[in-house]
Each structure stands twice: as C-alpha cells, then as structure tokens.
Design a binder for this molecule. Structure first.
Ligand SMILES: [Zn+2]
Length: 595
C-alpha cells in the first residue's frame, strides 16, 4: 500500500535545464500574467529529506507554491543559464530542511477549538507542516483539516483516523468523549467491530468522515485485523494500528499488512509466551527474559521489512513517563529496552517515524516533536540524518502523502524550515527555527506569540500549576515529598475542599482538615522521601473551561517490586483559581483484595 520514497534523483541537471528553458521563453519572468513571481532563495545548506549528504551553498527556485529547482547557488545564480528576472533572496546562512510531520497527535479527543488552534499554531511555527491524528472526534478533526488546508487558520495539514476496535474497548472514556452526543461504537469514526460486521460498509463509513486511515486500536482477533486491513486498502485507505492489538500480537498485526504500527514498547509482547487478551489489563512484559537483540525481534523486523511496515515509536513519551512517573505507561515499559529496540529496528532498515502522542505544556514555545526527535537522535540510536528522515520523507509515506511532503525537489510544494544552526551537529538546533514556509506562505518565528497564553493572560495564574495536567503532577509529587508545606500549592485553601481518601477515613472537609489528614499519613513540614509511591494508570482528564475531572486507577506501594500494591478508582476535580489550577475534590476507592 505504502509506496517507498524514491532513491536520490539523478535528474538534477535535467531539472535545472527544464527551469532554464521555461524561463527563457518568458521574458518578464518575475511576474507573468499575474502569476506569482519567480524567486530564487540562496544562502543556506540544504538537507533535502531523502537522507543523502547535505548540499552546502544551496539555492532553490520557487514560484508561488511550487519548487522549480533545487541546486547550488553557483548553478542557479551565476551559471550561464541562470534566470535573469528572478527576485533573489539571501536567507543569510543556516540550514533548510523539509517541513516536519508529527506522526502521532491527538488534537480532538474531547474537542476544544481554542486549544486546538493554539496547538496548531505552535506546531506550524515550530516547522511542522502536517500531523497524523491518531483518533479523536472526527467532526472536529474534519473541520480543523479543512481550515488548515485552506489556510483559514494557521497550522499544519491535519490527516486523521477513524477508529475501529472490539466492542469491549468502546466503554473506555476516551472514545466516549470523542463520540459525545452519540454512542461510541456506533458512529463512523468510532466503530465497534465484530466478526459479523459488514466491513465494506464499515470502511466506507470511516472513509466518509474524511479520515485518511483506519486506526485499529484494541480487542480484535487477528482474522478481523486482517479483514479490516484488506478492505481498507481496497477502498484506498491506510491502516494505522497499535503494535499490540490484544489479543492480536505484533507479529500478527504486521502479517495483516497494516501500514504503520504505533508504540515500540508494546512490541515487547511478542517476546512473551502469554499475553493479555484485552486492552485494559494489569500485566507487564517480563523484560528480563529477552532483549532487543533476541531472535524474536529480528524475526519481527524482518517481517516488517517484507511487509513494508512503518514503526511509529513514540519513544519520548516513554522516557517522559519514566521521568515524571505520571502516566499508566511507565510501569509497562522498560525505557532502555524501548530505546535499544528502536535502534535495532533502524539498524535493520525498518522505517522509523517520529510521533509524540503528547503535547508540550501550555506556554512552552516549542512543539513536543522536538523532544521525540532529540530522543531518537540520542538514545534511540538514529543518526541525525535518519532522525530528520523520520520526521519528513518517512513520515510522509505514513500518511500516503509522499508527493506532497518530506522531500525538497522540483515540482514539490514550497514547505520547508529554515534553522539558524546545524541539526546534523545537534538535534537541539531545531530550537533555532527562524522561518517556516508552508504551501508557499512564509511564517517568521519572530512573529510567533503562544496564543493560549495571550488569550488567557488576564486570567493567567500568577503561580502554581498552569493546567489540570500539571495540578495532577503536583498532587502525585506530594506523595514523593511528604511535605505539609506543599499542600497549599495543590489544594484550594478553602472550607469547600473535600477529600475522601478511603472508607475507613471517610470524608475529610475543608483545607485545615485535609492538612491534618496528611499529617496522620506521615507528612511533616519540609517533607522527606518515602520508599513507597503513588502512581496512576488509565488516566483520563476531561477538560472543561475552568475545571477538569480526572479519573484514573491509583496505585500505592513499591513500584519496582510491585509487592503489596494497593489500588482503586480515583476521581479528582481540578478548578482554575487566581493562583493556578488547584484540586477541590478527591475521591479514592479501594479495589477489594488489592494490596
Ligand atoms: Zn495516541
């Protein structure tokens, strides 16, 4: 299904000849019949997105949204056939790379147009010209896709998916949020699939949402995964799957000929004799029993190469989770194993693409994709050039748009990024972004202002957590510090605060009583570091304008040994105050027998 990116072109001289002959016949070349002017950009080193060596002292001839030629400055500006009437622009040194693609975003799980637009703008000004959205509310996504494509809002082009999963998965709160107003499982972008489903109709419905790909999520048997993929390809849709579909294992997912598999750590299930049969489970792969060099992964990557399967690693997400201890993923992933596995995949020639699956915090000027690329280029074992390919030409193939994005050459749209520093020397050079061209339109970094921060500045908290997510992190942090002084940074200091820690304690009302409760748990002024910790799994944050409801499964105990871990359901309410986001209510239950 996926066409591989063509090898480096040898038609270079031909391209220039074509350009020159085209210009020779147009005397007033700079402006013909109201057509956009011919422009020659020079003064940069070019990295064209194919993975070959960079071209120093390069130049690019463009007209409107079309690249007419890519060459050296000598050839395009001082050669005998150089165009005479072009507008000539010196980019002033620096490096040009193709516009970037984040291959794993979620713009509209529970749609919020203001936030989505702010995020899209941050992505665009960070050099990202396309994204692959891996499931959300298609009603909102189609609107974002239209408006970014037409330039009505500033952002990358949005390619998105319609989700298919076993009926049991659709009770997860995320698909429910994405189908709000309707029933998850029964809408074209969130379909419950069984052996009885008419897949011709199901795929046609998915396609009608304006989705590019089917996302195969969870709780589907191998035969169904195969059948969905076959039908999707027949109807010219791509298939983007989780690497482990439960019960369908990575090797079976690849054998089904899906186009992309997501989340490198879930490939670990291929190393296990026994694996869970459903997505919501409580098991962890026994990482000690295998390594990235184990024959089972060699076999898996050989199979991926045979089938042309692309790997969407989401490596930085695992690294962050381990650092922050803030998601359900960290304890299911051995990050060093994940890094070694990405390196092994790349070494074997499996195309790796850069996808994030998280967003940078509000107010952070640069997009999360930089973190993924930095991670791939340092611990993920990819060379800097391979890393750039992972976010350009390889990523373009994953959305089936290799003619539009990823490579800078004759005939392509004008979408590229100008960096002041050399990304091949250090991937952090992405942060030196100066200008971004998307479809011929130029966006200068100096004119970028993080929009959410600006819109909400009047109400911006003066201190404390800047988002519900951060408030949650502060709360988890409490249980790593046991510091009574930190409580007022986490909870509303108000008699309205309510906290239900367990059946035996009952409801604790008011800030003072909550402080007292924490003292009873061993909290002291100044704090100390305990050897147990609190962490969450299956976290879902339902975000409203000035508040958020968090639901999750809390775990308390020793996270490494996983002995005597107590667990239960958690509901937490976060509200926006003039001192940032604060928790106003906590309710913790206990699962019987746990702990
Ligand atoms: Zn995701």
């Amino acid at each position: 299904m996926i066409r591989r990116v063509a090898p480096p072109s040898t038609a270079f001289a031909w391209t220039v000849a074509l350009l020159v002959s085209a210009l020779a016949t147009t005397p007033a070349a700079a402006q013909v019949n109201g057509a956009p002017p011919l422009e020659v950009l020079y003064g940069f080193t070019l990295i064209d997105g194919r993975g070959g060596p960079p071209i120093p002292d390069a130049a690019m001839a463009i007209r409107g949204n079309q690249i007419l030629a890519v060459s050296t400055r000598r050839q395009l500006l001082s050669g005998p056939d150089a165009p005479r009437d072009a507008i000539v622009t010196d980019l002033g040194g620096g490096w040009v790379i193709p516009g970037l693609i984040d291959s794993h975003v979620h713009l509209s799980t529970s749609p919020n147009r203001t936030r989505a637009e702010a995020e899209l703008e941050r992505l665009l000004y960070g050099g990202i010209v396309a994204v692959r959205d891996m499931a959300g509310d298609a009603r909102a996504l189609a609107s974002l896709a239209r408006d970014t494509r037409l330039g009505q809002i500033h952002g990358p082009d949005v390619y998105f998916s319609a989700l298919m999963a076993g009926p049991s998965f659709l009770s997860d709160p995320r698909p429910q949020a994405s189908a709000a107003g309707e029933t998850a499982g029964e809408v074209p972008w969130m379909q419950a699939i069984t052996a009885e489903t008419d897949l011709v109709e199901a795929v046609a419905l998915a396609k009608g949402t304006y989705a590019t790909g089917i996302k195969i999520y969870a709780n589907l048997e191998p035969e169904i995964v195969r059948a969905i993929t076959r039908e999707a390809h027949r109807q010219d849709m791509l298939v983007w799957a989780h690497s482990m579909v439960f019960p369908t294992r990575p090797m079976e997912v690849v054998a089904a000929e899906v186009d992309v598999v997501s989340h490198v750590c879930r490939l670990a299930w291929e190393g296990m004799a026994r694996a869970p049969t459903e997505y919501h489970h409580d098991e962890v792969p026994q990482y000690g029993n295998f390594s990235a060099a184990s024959p089972i992964f060699t076999e898996l990557f050989e199979s991926m190469n045979r089938n042309g399967t692309i790997l969407d690693a989401t490596l930085a997400m695992y690294a962050r989770a381990e650092e922050n201890g803030d998601t359900d993923l960290s304890d299911r992933c051995d990050v060093d194993f994940a890094r070694a596995l990405v390196a092994r995949a790349a070494e074997m020639g499996v195309p790796v693409i850069a996808g994030t699956d998280f967003t940078a915090p509000q107010g952070e000027p640069f997009p999360a994709l930089y973190e993924e690329m930095e991670e791939l280029a340092t611990d993920g074992g990819l060379s800097p050039m391979e890393t750039i390919v992972s976010a350009t030409s390889a990523a373009a193939a994953a959305i089936g748009a290799q003619d539009r994005y990823g490579v800078l050459e004759h005939g392509r749209p004008v979408s590229f990024v100008l960096l002041a520093d050399d990304p091949l020397a250090d991937m952090s050079a992405l942060r030196s972004v100066r200008s971004v061209w998307k479809n011929g339109e130029r966006f200068d970094r100096t004119s970028y202002r993080p929009r959410v921060a600006e819109d909400e500045r009047s109400e911006q908290p003066t201190s404390g957590p800047a988002s519900p997510q951060e408030a949650l992190e502060y709360w988890l942090g409490l249980w790593r510090r046991y510091d009574t002084d930190a409580l007022e940074d986490v909870f509303i200091v108000d008699p309205a605060l309510t906290y239900f820690p367990s059946d035996s304690v009952g409801l604790v009302e008011g800030f003072e009583a909550v402080v007292e409760y924490h003292r009873s748990q061993g909290f002291v002024p100044g704090g100390f570091r305990p050897d147990q910790e609190l962490w969450l799994e299956q976290t879902v944050i339902a975000d409203f304008d000035d508040s958020a409801v968090v639901s999750a499964v809390w775990h308390f105990g020793n996270r490494v040994s996983r002995q005597d871990v107590a667990r239960g359901p958690l509901t937490l309410v976060v509200v926006r105050t003039n001192r940032g986001y604060r928790i106003s209510h906590v309710n913790m239950g206990n699962y019987p027998g746990a702990g």
